[in-house]
Design a protein around this ligand. Sequence first.
Ligand code: GRF
Length: 203
Amino acid sequence: PGIVVLVSGGGTNLQALIDAASKGQLGGSILAVISNKPGVGGLDRAARAGIETAVVNHRNYPERAAFDAALRETIDAYAPDLVVLAGFMRILTDSFVRHYRGRMLNIHPSLLPAYPGLHTHTRVLEAGDEEHGATVHFVTEELDGGPPVLQGRVPVLPTDTAETLAERVLGQEHRIYPQAVSWFCQGRLRLTASGAELDGTPL
Ligand code: GRF
């Protein structure tokens, strides 16, 4: 199966997917990496791996729907089976999300449904939580709210800062994202009307 990955920044999750693919553990091939920002690390990582890249710069579009239309056109030129948001920092319109329903995944740095939105590590520290983590989910119209697929958990340490916590959470992201993508590429992971299912069993 063909995968298109969307990035906005450093691309460490993309790198985890590239590494898994190079070990034959992804179950699919990354057809292209598309960024909404030029010159970001994710584009360099793709180029180094010989993966085609494209930039659809949101600054070039007067409004969200026009950007989304251009992004959709760029993605669909590759006819992917799966679209993976990896550190992609744009909120997508409902029509865009509906077009990819059941074949678009995102990873969010919290144990959803806790802490949707931004600055999750700071919020976890401020709340005094003892556990934190990351969630892979199908993308639906609900921001950071789609049906969960897989989570990775980490302890919060008394000495933690947002930076040390983010680093620990990223380690889990880099483990669970390739796993979830591999399940999808093997045809084991599906989005049904009642949520995500793995091998026919509700997650
Ligand atoms: C990180 O905050 C990660 O938790 C979230 O997106 C940000 C950048 O990730 N998923 P990446 O290194 O660009 O994959």
